[in-house]
Design a binder for this molecule. Structure first.
Ligand SMILES: [Fe+2]
Length: 102
């Protein structure tokens, strides 16, 4: 949840981030975008007020676009992560081929 209790609570760091810290921050940002998208989607599903539904669904979709922006940035900053993802995709493909062909 947001913590904007004072104007200084989100003050920038006194030093620049290391590459590892930036990668962690981008991963966190991806999770935060998914969370925000889900909150807006749940709110849209929880009201009958049509204008609110339209706005909330639009903003939810915008957050999914932001996920893509951060994922692309993460691929640039942390190409090793993409290799892990490919490994997982291959493992699941093999598993599903085994389970569906038997
Ligand atoms: Fe966003």
């Amino acid at each position: 949840m947001p913590e904007f209790s004072t104007p200084f609570s989100v003050k920038h760091s006194d030093r620049k981030l290391t590459n590892e810290e930036l990668i962690r921050a981008i991963k966190y940002s991806i999770a935060a975008e998914y969370e925000a998208s889900q909150i807006y989607e749940q709110l849209a599903e929880s009201t009958d007020y049509q204008n609110a539904k339209i706005v909330l669904q639009e903003v939810s979709d915008d957050e999914k676009v932001h996920v893509g922006c951060f994922k692309k940035l993460l691929d640039i900053l942390y190409p090793e992560g993409k290799e892990f993802e490919k490994q997982g995709e291959e493992e699941i493909s093999v598993l599903l081929n085994q389970k569906t062909s038997s």
